[in-house]
Design a protein around this ligand. Structure first.
Ligand SMILES: Cc1ncc(COP(=O)(O)O)c(C=O)c1O
Length: 296
């Protein structure tokens, strides 16, 4: 029960789960990954995550030797071994073991790792009080250098922004793209609410195509929520009535202060609360579709 790791199909306890130091994933951050969660014990949006994993691999010239079904089967095996009520999965594909050379040519085969651990419950304080964010001067990676739409093992851009946000007394950082337009937070997508309309930076702004973001954008029309994708300057944050972040692990998290100034009245707003509720409902529908029993 608890944390288990599958490395190339071998299920191991965490203390035995080690990777070779000559793996290019370790040496150069030459890897791709996904974070997936369960709802009522069933993995949700797995297909979308595996499609994004393939897209990330393509962007770093890596060929995945497994079908989506084969990867999902590894996840299911590890999930069963973990035995958690709700699980967090980290699916990592590293370039594999090779010579100490940037070129991946000597790496014989990628390594597939699945880390399973209990899904952390979102802290109640976030829904109640919201997050404090800082707009960092550190730009999000330029799409032409390392496209943020690839979810790779090289997360230093995000990591440094998060460290600096914490040093500035904030919970997370909002990164601007190299043109100075709003991009995303360090591991979440960004949404603004203005006059009842929801707005989020377009993929062209240089962000990760979040699975949660996409699920919500598809959900909004049927719920009568007006939404748009576009390009917004940092000043849009100051004038927003509400701001929220989205991710697989965070769900929908209100932002109540930006650079020390309150967003709206400084409390999580009604649109954010509504979006959070509809996200929960959407997860439940996905769990129903995956055959998860309803809890009594
Ligand atoms: C940079 C970045 N943006 C956005 C997200 C949110 O993506 P998702 O909703 O697929 O979890 C993540 C998730 O880890 C991320 O790392």
């Amino acid at each position: 029960m608890g944390i288990v790791v599958s490395i190339d199909g071998r299920i191991l306890p965490p203390e035995e789960a080690t990777v070779n130091v000559f793996d290019h994933g370790f040496l150069f951050g030459d890897s791709v990954y996904e974070v997936v969660r369960t709802r009522r014990g069933r993995p949700v949006t797995m297909e979308e995550h595996l499609a994004r994993l393939e897209g990330s691999a393509r962007r770093i010239y890596m060929e995945l030797p497994w079908s989506r079904a084969a990867i999902a089967a590894r996840v299911a095996e590890a999930n069963a071994a973990g035995g958690n009520a709700e699980s967090y999965f980290r699916i990592i594909v590293t370039r594999g073991v090779g010579e100490i050379s940037l070129l991946p040519d000597t790496c014989r085969s990628p390594c597939l790792i699945v880390i399973v651990k209990p899904l952390p419950a979102p802290p109640a304080s976030v829904a109640r009080d919201g997050l404090r964010v800082l707009v960092t001067g550190r730009p999000r990676n330029d799409r032409r250098a390392l496209d943020p739409s690839a979810k790779t093992g090289n997360y230093l851009n995000n990591l440094l922004a998060l460290v600096e946000a914490h040093r500035g007394g904030c919970d997370d950082a909002i990164l601007l793209n190299p043109a100075g337009l709003l991009a995303e937070a360090t591991t979440s997508n960004l949404f603004l609410v203005r006059g009842g309309r929801v707005a989020t930076p377009a993929l062209e702004c240089g962000i990760l195509a979040g699975i949660t973001r996409d699920l919500l954008l598809r959900e909004f029309p049927a719920r009568g929520i007006a939404a748009e994708e576009g390009s917004y300057g940092a000043e849009a944050l100051e004038s927003a009535d509400e701001v929220f972040l989205t991710s697989t692990i965070r769900g929908v998290a209100p932002v109540t202060s930006v650079d020390g100034r309150p967003v709206g009245d400084g409390r999580p707003g009604p649109v954010t609360r509504r979006v959070a509720a509809l996200y929960e409902e959407a997860l439940d529908r996905l769990a129903d579709a995956a055959g998860a029993p309803r809890s009594s």
